[in-house]
Design a binder for this molecule. Structure first.
Ligand SMILES: [Zn+2]
Length: 86
């Protein structure tokens, strides 16, 4: 079954929701694009995404690989680029 078919009976415009795990309370939360922030640094070590856990309020920061960066930017998450293009 395609994704489109699976959602055919639901609202036509579904908000983009990302699933993330919280290391503090070990809960899994669903976050809207507006709740996430992506920071792209000069290397993969300084590229991460952050959010505030809706369950325990912890500020969570996790490394973001190439696929996650694509996923988040494609989903409308606000992105901050730290490195210059020089
Ligand atoms: Zn939490």
């Amino acid at each position: 079954m395609s994704v489109a078919a699976a959602f055919a009976g639901m609202r036509s415009v579904a908000p983009v929701v990302f699933r993330a795990g919280c290391p503090d309370c070990r809960g899994r939360c669903e976050l809207a694009a507006s709740a996430l922030r992506l920071v792209i640094g000069a290397s993969s070590r300084t590229t991460f995404y952050s959010f505030t856990c809706p369950d325990c309020g912890a500020a969570v920061r996790k490394p973001a690989g190439e696929r996650i960066v694509e996923l988040l930017t494609g989903g409308g998450v606000s992105t901050l680029r730290l490195h210059s293009t020089l």
